[in-house]
Write a protein that binds this ligand. Structure first.
Ligand SMILES: NC(=O)C1=CN([C@@H]2O[C@H](COP(=O)(O)OP(=O)(O)OC[C@H]3O[C@@H](n4cnc5c(N)ncnc54)[C@H](OP(=O)(O)O)[C@@H]3O)[C@@H](O)[C@H]2O)[C@@H](O)CC1
Ligand SMILES: [K+]
Length: 519
């Protein structure tokens, strides 16, 4: 149990981290010991960054973040480094462990002023930002605010303790001006703000260090936020057995659009096949059939001909996942078709046009999702909400249209609220894509290179998720593995990629995951 919890990529909010500290202290490790270890790890990181024994300037605030700074100062001085300590507040304001760490420091210090900072920056090879960490609850002002500007102008590298000062650890939001760190040392587990933008960009390289908090505390805290990394979903990653055949590996149905917009859904279908779905069929308008057929090889194409064409396309019992939306068109027919697809109760991804067409009537969409989730369950099969079968993949613009009352500036909370309101797993796309389930779980993705922001990239993502869903992976995990594989494929294809490059680049990613599971 302990070994497994160790590997689960939990993220702790500052409140949950406070609880982890409390539980550890309650179990017998004094806060001063935790602070000593925390400051020691910061000192060790600083030593690596200034290996020639250069000057280190340490800015300390009024709380325990400042306390970590005092400990680091003492240890660096003991290791022969030249340090100066600048204190933001009156030392009489220091309390508890921080006051004790200040007493123990036994080093000269000065008040943080423009003059003292300017003098310090003149000789420093590194600045340690120990002004504010988890306890920051408002924008920096006064001398702390001036310090941000002076540091930026000086270009001296900054090592942040726990979080760059000015950043909200729960949301990654800048509360105002924020220190820009090249490296951040945080304790026990990362916080959401280390992965969510703009926080991630302010943190530089994030190093998580052990300060002696035992994983037992996680049982009490029960965190529901994760970094989107393979260990989160590796146990359900689909690996075909020796006796697998194409029908046993799932059958995905991807709906295609009219002649002018065939490319989007074709990219999706290719990606669904790459994700491992044994079969992928495209259901397409008859007038565009020859175009689809001319551009596809391993993917089957069937025309949607006649009144009940959709129902017939959906009637194949072997279908195990559907995708509708990419290039499908935003007319009223789209929303009718989406409702028909959801009525079948199959695992389904709704992307692009399939989201936009519900902008004026989101309740109709949410009812159809609820019907999809409950289809196949006996009426008396427990009152708890049924597991989500539907995945929505909006980018920020689509998200705002579907959920106009939610605040996308707080992406983690907004995605969670959207998942709860819709009954679907919501993939809020961006450089820090958030995947949220109606049951409250959420994962933040961190491996997407910027060159994934290109036309057609989202179609590939929707296809990957569909491919995993078709292999019976639960919706939250299917969405999370799709997002992660998409990010990895983006890095493999590299700078200059176009969406057409991505399906092929997914292959080594899948091969790597399969090898890891086998080993
Ligand atoms: N818990 C533990 O055991 C461990 C914790 N550790 C460390 O403790 C850190 C958290 O410590 P913390 O809770 O004391 O919060 P911290 O970020 O230092 O600041 C709070 C102070 O700032 C003030 N204040 C807030 N905003 C302000 C503003 N804009 N402008 C001005 N003032 C502002 C606020 O006072 P207020 O004015 O609101 O009364 C309060 O005095 C954590 O990040 C980690 O580094 C490690 O040692 C490991 C063990
Ligand atoms: K800090």
């Amino acid at each position: 149990m302990q070994a497994n919890m160790d590997r689960i990529p939990y993220l702790l909010t500052p409140e949950e981290m406070g609880r982890a500290d409390e539980l550890t202290i309650y179990a017998g490790t004094p806060g001063s010991v935790l602070m000593e270890r925390a400051g020691g790890k910061v000192a060790a990181a600083a030593q690596q960054m200034v290996p020639d024994g250069g000057h280190i300037l340490i800015l300390c605030g009024p709380g325990n973040n400042g306390g970590d700074g005092f400990v680091a100062a003492r240890q660096l001085d003991g290791a022969g480094f030249d340090v100066s300590v600048l204190l933001l507040c009156d030392p009489a304001r220091l309390k508890g462990d921080a006051a004790q760490a200040f007493q123990n420091m036994q080093l000269p210090w000065s008040q943080l002023t423009e003059e003292s900072l300017s003098l310090g920056l003149g000789k420093a090879g590194l600045v340690i930002d120990a002004l504010f960490g988890a306890g920051l609850d408002r924008a920096l002002e006064g001398m702390a605010l001036k310090a941000v500007k002076m540091l930026r102008a000086s270009k001296t590298p900054v090592l942040a303790v726990d979080l760059p000062s000015g950043l909200n650890g729960a949301t990654g939001a800048a509360l105002g001006a924020v220190f820009e760190a090249v490296r951040t040392v945080t304790f026990y587990r990362r916080k959401p703000g280390h992965l969510l933008e703009p926080g991630r960009s302010y943190c530089g390289i994030v190093e998580v260090v052990d300060i002696g908090i035992r994983d037992d505390v996680l049982k009490d805290i029960n965190p529901k936020t994760f970094a989107n990394e393979p260990f989160l979903w590796a146990a359900v990653f689909p690996v075909p057995g020796r006796r697998a055949h194409k029908y046993s590996r799932g059958h995905a149905l991807v709906f295609g659009g009219q002649l002018q917009t065939t490319g989007a859904s074709r990219l999706s279908a290719m990606a669904a096949l790459r994700a491992g779905s044994g079969l992928v069929t495209m259901a397409v308008p008859p007038g565009a059939l020859s175009t689809y057929a001319a551009h596809l090889t391993a993917i089957m194409v069937r025309p949607l001909k006649g009144e009940d064409a959709l129902a017939r396309a959906l009637s194949d019992d072997r279908l195990s996942g559907c995708l509708i939306g990419p290039g499908y068109g935003t007319g009223s027919k789209t929303s009718v078709d989406v409702v028909s697809v959801l009525a079948q109760g199959r695992a389904t991804v709704l992307d692009a046009d399939a989201l936009t067409c519900f902008e004026a009537d989101t309740q109709r969409l949410f009812q159809a999702i609820s019907a999809c989730n409950t289809a196949g369950w006996a009426e008396n099969a427990g009152a708890t909400p049924k597991p989500a079968k539907v995945v929505l993949t909006p980018h920020e613009g689509e998200f705002k249209r579907l959920f106009p009352d939610l605040n996308v500036n707080n992406r983690l909370t907004a995605a969670r609220q959207a998942a709860q309101a819709s009954g679907a797993v919501v993939v809020l796309k961006g450089p820090d894509t958030v995947i949220a389930a109606p049951d409250g779980r959420a994962a933040i993705n961190g491996n997407a290179p910027p060159w994934l922001a290109t036309a057609g990239s989202g179609d590939v993502l929707a296809g990957l998720i569909t491919g995993f869903l078709a292999q019976s992976v639960p919706a939250f995990e299917a969405a999370a593995m799709g997002v992660w594989c998409h990010g990895e494929a983006g890095s493999i294809a590299g700078a200059g990629l176009i969406a057409e490059d991505l399906p092929a680049a997914v292959q080594p990613v899948i091969a790597g995951l399969v090898a890891e599971r086998a080993g």
